[in-house]
Design a protein around this ligand. Structure first.
Ligand code: GP9
Ligand code: MN
Length: 431
């Protein structure tokens, strides 16, 4: 019921942050390209196999002087995987405790999501994905989020060509070439999301696209990962070249993010080998959850930022760079650039990382050193840990309440026009 939202609104209002005067509004009016790096982990950045960089294009982009990157940024997905990442990034709500919020609530719930917010600021909004529109219920969810366009499989003439297709949809290089043709026709400024798929388990690739040796952990489900990551890197490199040629590079903010792990924790021996360790503990596995979050725009003050954050924090970060306030939104993130942010990263199962401590797999550690601690024997640590856990539990529970109770139907932020799903159709016109 409507009053359920009161305490949630109060909680959300209580964690509002200050604006970062260097960055707030810095990219106002720019095009935005959200580039979804499927299953891409942070460790791949600058990683080498036999002295060869796996992702040279992404590495160069990461270290560009106009790139702002975050190296303590974690994926926070649950069972919804890709869908949870999309949900957090664009609604500021977590994926639900079980299942996928996009599948279970995407059709019927009221949202105040980034596409709708930017649409009302004069943006054209479009999502691109080289597979069927119904996967993760995107076709319905994107309407609730206010996407003007959703370019999925029927929009790509090559989508059914066996040479062009792998696993979860079109191969990234072909998908990106075809997407570019639509992208350059969008009225500007646009907000777009491009969802790649080739770097998805089981990391298979046709011979002609393989350009780097496999790793040699001996774990068959792991060793192809660097090959599809390399392919994704090349696809991104080609896309970047096109961006520069088309002129879009100069008036766009490019945002890259990894959605979740590519190598699951069920492969500890292989992970240890990749990390050059004899074994891994919970601390290593928590670090293994880091994914890239990279923002580039011409003239942007770049650098590697070490704040602790995660996918839930992207929505306010992006909107604030564009000069759009989130102070009236019911969203659970905190601007990664805000000077007074809390630096607590909740995982979907209730574990967490903060700048000081982390709880992972039933163990507690000092975040920067990996020293294991026993809260029972350390009253100061225990107090902080208990407070952090309470905060994390509240975030997850309140977010679930919003999703499962469709609570945003009772609240419309000032100046926001409610999304009417009937205004949207993603069907391809005949001819
Ligand atoms: C499906 C693709 C993969 O369209 O986005 O989803 P995932 O299996 O990673 O959740
Ligand atoms: Mn995914």
């Amino acid at each position: 019921k409507a009053s359920d939202l009161d305490k949630i609104k109060k909680f959300v209002d209580g964690k509002k942050t200050l604006e970062n005067s260097v960055y707030f509004g810095k990219e106002k009016g720019k095009n935005v390209i959200m580039f979804h790096l499927e299953s891409f982990q942070q460790f791949l950045i600058d990683y080498k196999v036999n002295d060869v960089e796996v992702t040279p294009n992404l590495n160069a982009f990461y270290h560009d002087q106009n790139t702002l990157a975050f190296d303590n940024f974690y994926n926070e997905v649950g069972q919804g995987k890709t869908a949870d990442a999309e949900t957090m990034l664009e609604t500021g709500l977590f994926g639900t405790a079980s299942g996928s919020a996009m599948v279970n609530y995407g059709t019927s719930n009221t949202y105040q999501a980034v596409p709708a917010i930017l649409d009302q600021q004069g943006y054209t909004t479009a999502a691109f994905h080289g597979d069927v529109a119904s996967f993760w219920n995107r076709d319905n969810t994107y309407k609730s989020w206010g996407y003007d366009y959703f370019f999925s499989k029927p929009y790509f003439k090559d989508a059914d060509n066996a040479n062009y297709n792998i696993g979860y949809g079109m191969k990234d290089k072909i998908f990106l070439q075809d997407s570019a043709k639509y992208l350059e026709q969008l009225p500007q400024p646009f907000y777009s999301k491009i969802i790649t798929v080739t770097n998805h388990y089981p990391y298979d690739l046709d011979k002609q696209n393989i350009s780097i040796e496999k790793t040699t952990t001996g774990d068959k489900t792991v060793d192809g990962y660097v090959q599809t990551a390399r392919y994704l890197d090349q696809a991104f490199g080609e896309f970047l070249t096109w961006m520069k040629k088309s002129g879009l590079y100069d008036n766009s903010m490019i945002v890259l993010y990894g959605d979740h792990y590519g190598i699951s924790e069920n492969h500890p021996a292989a992970i240890a080998k990749l990390m050059g360790k004899s074994s891994v503990n919970s601390y290593d596995l928590a670090n293994w959850q880091k994914v890239p979050f990279i923002v580039h725009a011409p003239g942007l003050q770049g650098g590697i930022n070490h704040t602790y954050g995660g996918e839930i924090d992207v929505m306010p970060t992006i909107l604030h760079l564009l000069g759009v306030s989130t102070s009236n939104n019911v969203q659970f993130g905190q601007d990664l650039l805000a000077p007074n942010r809390k630096q607590v990263v909740p995982f979907r199962n209730g574990d967490w990382v903060s700048a000081e401590y982390m709880k992972y797999g039933g163990n507690y550690y000092v975040t920067t050193t990996g020293t294991k601690i026993k809260p029972k024997e350390d009253p100061r640590a225990k107090q902080i840990i208990d407070e952090t856990q309470a905060y994390v539990n509240k975030m997850l529970t309140y977010s679930d309440d919003v999703q499962t109770g469709d609570l945003l139907r009772f609240y419309t932020p000032e100046g926001f026009k409610k999304v009417n799903k009937k205004d949207y159709s993603y069907k391809k016109a005949d001819g």
